[in-house]
Design a protein around this ligand. Structure first.
Ligand code: PEP
Length: 251
């Protein structure tokens, strides 16, 4: 009942010309979005090219970040209002790179989630523990704490529509994937936390992705787990062949 969602996160890679060429190469080979949603999250400067190339195809579009205010004196920020006006579908918020390098807090991420819903955008809310936290055996407490903070004062209906991406920091860009059991265990803990905070129906609706060195070789095993509804993919989303292999994992 939950439609799988595989999203590429390009980070600070690709320019507009490369974006157009990438989408042209994949757009006729994507699964129907009713079967698997295929999403590309691109840098803000590439979004007009992404939208133009994706028009009329099954590809959904995402921004990698947005600010929590719609307009004003916030030099260098990206407006969620304008992303919505452009026709963007999703916005990634709370990626560990933003938390670490740009000092984003749980409170910022919660404000961003509210700003996205105010503008009819859907958040992909990232969470995940460091290696230190996992080695201390505190990973579930940490991740559930991040989720509670990110969802604060959202309605059950908003949470039902949200996407949560569990991305252990030690598995991002390292080639070190969490085992499918570890990924399933945390995705289930997140779903249970949503059930405690809201209700079973909301928990059954929210889509939870795993991210951290997902590639064509491991996507099937991860997607076979009952609480993993998708992947958030960095490195393996940069080449058309590899992205197509990921989104067509059911074939
Ligand atoms: C990411 O960018 O969110 C990510 C999980 O990267 P990678 O797939 O390269 O580990």
């Amino acid at each position: 009942m939950r439609t799988p969602i595989i999203a590429g996160n390009w980070k600070l890679n690709q320019n507009p010309e490369e974006t157009t060429a990438f989408v042209e190469a994949i757009k006729d080979k994507l699964p129907a979005s009713s079967k698997v949603e295929s999403v590309i999250a691109a840098p803000a400067v590439d979004l007009p090219a992404l939208l133009a190339a994706a028009k009329g195809s099954e590809l959904k579009t995402a921004a990698e970040n947005a600010y929590f205010e719609d307009k004003g004196a916030f030099t260098g920020e990206t407006s969620p209002l304008v992303l919505s006006q452009m026709g963007i579908n999703y916005v990634v918020i709370g990626h560990s790179e933003r938390r670490d390098y740009f000092h984003e807090t749980d409170e910022d991420i919660n404000k961003k989630a509210h700003a996205l819903f105010r503008n009819n955008l859907t958040p992909i809310i990232c969470c995940g523990e460091s290696l230190e936290t996992r080695e201390a055996g505190k990973e579930t407490e940490w991740v559930v704490g991040q989720i509670k903070a990110a969802l604060k004062d959202l309605t059950a209906e908003q949470v039902s529509q949200s996407v949560i991406a569990y991305e252990p920091i030690w598995a991002i860009g390292t080639g070190k994937t969490a085992s499918s059991e570890q990924a399933q265990e945390m995705c289930k803990a997140i779903r249970d936390a949503v059930s405690d905070l809201y209700n079973e129906e909301t928990a059954a609706n929210v889509r939870i992705q795993y991210g951290g060195s997902v590639k064509p070789e491991n996507v099937k095993e991860l997607m076979a787990k009952p609480d993993i509804d998708g992947g958030l993919v960095g490195g393996a989303s940069l080449e058309p062949e590899s992205f197509l292999a990921l989104v067509n994992y059911q074939d």
